[in-house]
Design a protein around this ligand. Structure first.
Ligand SMILES: Cc1cc2nc3c(=O)[nH]c(=O)nc-3n(C[C@H](O)[C@H](O)[C@H](O)COP(=O)(O)OP(=O)(O)OC[C@H]3O[C@@H](n4cnc5c(N)ncnc54)[C@H](O)[C@@H]3O)c2cc1C
Length: 430
């Protein structure tokens, strides 16, 4: 990999997400050599992916160059590479551009979509875990409307304008809300020759409430907001299949839909070599102790979504959201220095700052400690928090200006098919 040997211990970080970046920043002034590896040369701000999918933001406003994160840091190296395998015995990481040895390794690979083994859904439904996937979804949504204009078959046209969002967590709720706003504000203007009132947005949730993990008040309010926007909310319905045309469920309910988004679960993005039975926890996460040390591997650590630190409050690990990743990255930065200097490490204690989700213009729900509020104020809080955590001044400015523009103009200018998504439309013809 062409990285010089150094007298300092080498820390290899796999993944430049929330956890990896906060760790790298913390190590910037320490006497260590840091090698950050990621398959992308940018950090993705995943909470705003749904706005890319729905044309509210351009992808470059939620991505940040990882090399720029490291500018000015001594002894820092970035390599654009896909990690294939960890050779724990020889302390080496194997990637598609070669091997690299480590003194300490931090796995911060995040999570990936969990289809729970359903290959048919995996093949035919859309995911929204990365920028390329969000751009695919944006293209598909727009292509479906272009296609709907071309047919005089009612059934086919309805299916092309039918959206099924599987999963009633924050991602599903936020995406459904954004689609409902497009239906109301954009489609009638863009497609005056199409009866876009027939477009349907369905959110299908296996459990008995939306936003599980939020307060009952927030969950109920989110449902009310969605219904007011015209979204059909299906609760207690398990999706069993999608062949590219029809969504089947455990009940008699079926949907013919050209756009199905799977937002029903994630699992740890594991790496070969670190997959022994005692290492892997539920949801393909990696078992770590209170110092984020991987069980049985004192020099290997895992942080963020991939790490499962079972505690009394979170027996199945911390929630797979940005805050645990950021907080674990920061503490691990201190702990690695302590470890190198033979000082005791500090155990991780999660500070839960609360949860929030936006449903659309002026509509959000926030559960912050004992404070539970919904509506316009919650929406402003949601926007402020998201702007604050975006990496990069330019990105914050661009997102802010876009939001103001979209708010005033009821618009989403990025409704562009830049890279077409290839779909077989033949199956919708009777
Ligand atoms: C659509 C969506 C909406 C979300 N909304 C919210 C929200 O509103 N609030 C919130 O707190 N959280 C939200 N989350 C969750 C949040 O984004 C994650 O919890 C957070 O990103 C986890 O951080 P991480 O550092 O563990 O992993 P990530 O941020 O996922 O970073 C992992 C990195 O590892 C890299 N990587 C993975 N495997 C390899 C490999 N084999 N080789 C090289 N590189 C690799 C990836 O490219 C990536 O850069 C959302 C997630 C999604 C998908």
């Amino acid at each position: 990999m062409n990285i010089p040997l150094s007298s300092y211990p080498r820390i290899v970080i796999i993944g430049g997400g929330f956890g990896g970046v906060s760790l790298a920043k913390k190590l910037s002034k320490q006497e260590v050599q840091v090698v950050l590896i990621d398959r992308n040369n940018y950090h993705t701000f995943q909470p705003l992916l749904y706005q890319v999918s729905t044309g509210g933001l351009e992808p470059d406003s939620i991505a940040y160059p990882l090399r720029k994160v490291l500018i000015g840091y001594d002894n820092f190296y970035f390599r654009l590479a896909e990690v294939d395998y960890i050779d724990t015995a020889n302390k080496k990481v194997n990637t598609n551009i070669g091997d690299i040895s480590f003194d300490y390794l931090v796995v911060a690979t995040g999570s990936e979509t969990n289809f729970f083994g359903n290959k048919e859904i995996e093949k035919n439904a859309m995911s929204m875990k990365s920028i390329p996937q969000s751009l695919n979804l944006r293209s598909l949504i727009l292509e479906n409307f272009e296609q709907a204009l071309l047919t005089d078959d009612y059934h086919e046209r309805d299916a092309l304008m039918n959206f099924v969002i599987v999963g009633g967590g924050p991602t599903g709720v936020e995406l459904s809300g954004a689609l409902a706003e497009i239906k109301k504000g954009i489609l009638p203007k863009d497609y005056p020759d199409l009866d876009t009132r027939r477009a349907q947005i369905n959110i299908v949730q296996g459990g008995d409430c939306l936003l599980p993990g939020f307060s009952a008040q927030a969950s109920k309010k989110a449902e009310d907001f969605l219904e007011k926007l015209g979204v059909q909310v299906w609760k207690g319905v398990r999706v069993t299949g999608y062949d590219g045309k029809t969504v089947t469920t455990k009940t008699d309910l079926k949907f013919d839909a050209a756009t199905v988004v799977w937002a029903a679960g994630v699992k740890g993005a594991g790496i070969k070599g670190l997959d022994a039975e005692d290492v892997i926890a539920g949801g393909n996460r990696i078992n770590v102790n209170e110092f984020n040390q991987v069980v049985g591997h004192p020099n290997i650590f895992a942080i963020g979504d991939i790490a499962c630190m079972a505690t009394e409050d979170n027996p199945r690990g911390h929630p797979m959201v940005a805050q645990p990743a950021i907080q674990q990255g920061k503490l691990l930065g201190e702990n690695l220095v302590n470890l190198i200097e033979n000082k005791p490490m500090k155990p991780f204690v999660y500070f839960d700052k609360g949860s929030m989700a936006t449903i659309g213009r002026n509509k959000a729900v926030c559960d912050i400690k004992k404070f539970r509020f919904q509506g316009v104020f919650a929406w402003f809080v949601w926007m402020f928090v998201h702007l604050f955590f975006l990496i990069g001044f330019r990105n914050r400015m661009v997102v802010f200006i876009n939001w103001v523009y979209n708010y005033i103009r009821f618009d989403r200018e990025a409704r562009l098919i830049i890279r077409p998504y290839k779909r077989d439309y033949g199956q919708f013809k009777d």
